[in-house]
Design a protein around this ligand. Sequence first.
Ligand code: BJ8
Length: 426
Amino acid sequence: MPDDYREMWAGLGLDLEAHDGLLEALSSAYRDVFLSQSDRPEGMQYFDFVMSEVHGLRIKELLDARRDGRKVVGSFCVFVPEELVLAVDGVSVGLCAGAEFNFEGAETLLPRSTCALIKSAFGFKLARVCPYLEASDMLVGENTCDGKKKAYEVLRRHVENLYVMDLPQTKSDEGRALLRAEYLRFAEALQGLCDRRLTVEGLRKGIDIANRKRQALRRLCELRAADPAPISGLDALLVNQVFFYDDPGRFTDSVNRICDEIEERSGSGRGVRPAGAPRIVVSGCPMAVPNWKLTSIVEGAGAVIVGEESCVGERGSRHLTEESGNTVEALIDDLVDRYFRIDCAVFTPNPSRLSHLEEMVAAYRADGVIHYSLQFCQPYQIESGEVERGLERAGIPCLSLDTDYSQEDVGQIRTRVEAFLERVSP
Ligand code: BJ8
C-alpha cells in the first residue's frame, strides 16, 4: 500500500491496525468471489480497479475535492436526493455497510436484535475504519424503519455532523407534502454547508448527472433479459454497489462501455452461463459492499441472477427525474415526484413493490424469485409474506430467506437454494 495512503488514513483519524485487517479481509473476499468467475465482460476490469482502490484513489479524490472547497455528504438511504448535493457542487457518497465488523462494539450501544446493516455502520464508526464516514462533512440519516430512526439518536452522540431527514410512511397527499417540505429543508442545510445558493442551473446539472447514471444502469438491466445471461448477477450487483460512491461521470461512462460490449457479446450468443440456466430475481433488503453472500451461493449453484428488486438495484435507480420546472421550487417538485415512487417496505401499504417485481420477472424471463430479508428487519420480513403469496398467486415460484452478514448459515442457505432451483429449473 503506498505510504501516502497510510498518511491519508492517519490524517482521517482511522485506526490503522484495525483498518489494515478490514482491508485485507475485503480484498481477499473480493478475489475469492469475483476473480474466480470466468468469461466476464472486459469492462468489469474497471470495477476490479475501483475495488482495489476502494479506500485509496477514491478517498484521495474526496480529500482533493475538500481541499478545493467542496463538501462531502454521506448518506444511508436512496431517499436522500443526490441531485441536491450535486446542485451545490457537493460530492455524494453512500455509506451503507455490508460487513460483519465490530458487531461487539455496535452491540454495546444497540440491542443485539438490530439488523446487520445498521450494526455494520456502527461497527465501522466505533472502530474508526471507514474512510468514507470519516471524510464526510455531513452525514445524512433518515427516519425510515424504526431501527434506523432510533439508531440515529444514538449515533448523534458519536458524530458532530449528523443531519436527520424525516420521511413519509404513506403514499398520500400528506406524505408527498412532507417529502417536499423535507427536501426544501435539506436544500437549506446544503446551501449553508456548501456556502452556495441553489440555482435552476445547478439543479438542472445535478438532475442531469444523476439521470445519466441511472439511465446507464437501466440500460444494463435491460440487457440482462438475454438468454444466455451476458453478465453474472455478482458483477451486476457490484456495478450497483459502486454506483453509490464512484465519481458519477466516470461511473456512467464505465457502465455504458460494459453495455456496448454486452450488446456485441449477446449478438453473437455469448453469455456467462449456458442458455437455459435457471434465472432468478432477488428481492428485498439492500446488499452493500461486501455483502455478496446470497448472490454467490445462488450463482455457485448454477443459476444466474438477472435482476435485483432492491435499493442496491432497480428500486433505487429505475426512475428518472422528469424535468418540467423552470424555478428551483418547481424542480424540487420534479425531484419529489421521482423519489415518491420508491417502493420501500417502510411504506404502508406498499402494493407497487409486488407489481414491479412481477414486471421484472416477465421482462427478464426469470424462473423464480428469492426474497432476501436481513434478520431483525421488520419491514422486509413482514412484507415478505405478502410478496410470497402474491407471486405464488401469479404462478411465480418464490423462496423467502432470512439471513445476516455471518457465514454460519451458508450451508443451510445453499441447501434451500439448491432445492428451490430444482423446483424452478426450466
Ligand atoms: S428506501 S430499503 S435504503 S430505508 S435492512 S436498516 S429497512 S431494518 S435499508 Fe433502506 Fe432507504 Fe428503504 Fe431503501 Fe431498516 Fe431493514 Fe435494516 Fe434497512
